[in-house]
Design a binder for this molecule. Sequence first.
Ligand code: GLY
Length: 301
Amino acid sequence: MIAFIVHGGAWDIPDDQLGANRAGVEKALTIGWEILSNGGSAVEAVEKAVVSLEDDPTFDAGVGSHVNAAGEIELDASIMNGTTFRAGAVAAVQSIRNPIALARKIMDESEHILLAGSGAVRFALEHGMQRCSNDELLTGRELELWRTLQGRKSFSTKEAFRKKISHDTVGAVALDSDGVIVSGTSTGGTQNKYPGRVGDSPLIGCGTYADSAVGGASCTGWGEAIIKVVLAKTAVDLLERNSADSSAAAAGAIERLVKKADGFGGIILLNHRGVPGVAFNTPRMARAYLTSEMNHSVVEV
Ligand code: GLY
């Protein structure tokens, strides 16, 4: 059994962006699936699929990320291997085009899990990665939005998830032919965020979690609420307690997000047998999945 699921963020995706969201998650699914079906690892599938989503300006990750209040792009990402229990993550990192690749390097080549800011950049340069300019990550759409927000007296991140101005986080969960589950998540965070603000995505247990004996999850949505309920680990705990019912675990996690933290967001997960689960309480969420027991992929927005 192999299985792969990706998401491109949960929010109120406008009708004219449905095609781009659908195409982006479908492409990421294809990239990850090719790797898994050729005997590649879940780590490789998750990294390469998330890189594709980061490179696609449609999504709030890598190119096309939101801009913080100081006009900078600061990125968060994480990846976790559910068999080795190793993880790597970066927070508030600037000038790195593919933060998921840096998170993987930290997982594979350091004794640490989470590196932030200038330390993460220093590690990237020492390990053969290049810096990019802020302009390489910045799109006209985000620059225009940032300019609009500078004129406002107040701005609520929570309210942004109710309107068609937010974008959100990308992520993937893979089960490979060795039974390894890996989860990964990457984001530009929220619009106009305070410089240095870190959301759920780089926090193991909040935005990302994997345990190959139980399942793996990647989250999207309002990070301040997701952190409060440790959403990804909550979903995996629910899987452990409910006989691995993926749909019930995803729904139960989002229910808790709403009940305990009045939150907005979405989650994708795989149980240890590769059965996918999806839940969200935003109007829309871009996602795609395929398992070796399915005849064709599901791509939905
Ligand atoms: N879920 C992304 C963030 O809040 O940063």
